[in-house]
Design a protein around this ligand. Sequence first.
Ligand SMILES: [Zn+2]
Length: 226
Amino acid sequence: MSTSHPRPFNLILLGPPGSGKGTQAQMLAERFSLYHLSSGDLVRKIINSEVSGDPFAEAVKARYNQGIPQPDNIIVELVEKEINRLYRKTGFVFDAFPLSLPQAIGLERMIKVYEIREPFAISIRVSLQEALSRLTKRKYCQFDQHVYHPQDISYKKNICELCGQQLITRTDDTPEVVKKRYEAYESRIKELSGFYSETGRLLEIDGEQSIQGVFRSVINALVPHL
Ligand SMILES: [Zn+2]
């Protein structure tokens, strides 16, 4: 890390379902001692918590239970709470945030308010074909959400190595649903890519490599900017 920048740097991970961006986000957070801020985790934390009496949390839960996506302003609010709590201590790896132009604009505002460094957006590219082949082949444990891939021994045994339960295929990992999620992502990413490439902050990475290969490509793309 360059010493000419006293403020920690920040990264945004973009990628369709099956791109492995969550894994890369985790690896990058570890490598650079950044905080892995996943909007999905923030929502799940609320879903799994006891929230009676808190109207904000109740509303998040109600939408989740009805399958309604959380509105942009709610996601921005959740993220801002975390930034407000941590920005003096660490930089961030944003995972599944921003997912829309209004969310990206919300983040730009926070960058100014909290005086954090402008993040680089790392866009991990995989084709629909590759996403399909990766996602429709994974299994998971419905008790601890652990995910298994065809090369794992537990996958072949069809038994979770953590709790011994039978593994299942996720209902949103069927080819039809994966295709829909991928296409929804593609239409959003066009706007977001445009937004970040205009300011020279978009780094496009070939995601059709091994996990370590993608990680190396990300590091190589980042190094000149650190
Ligand atoms: Zn399990």
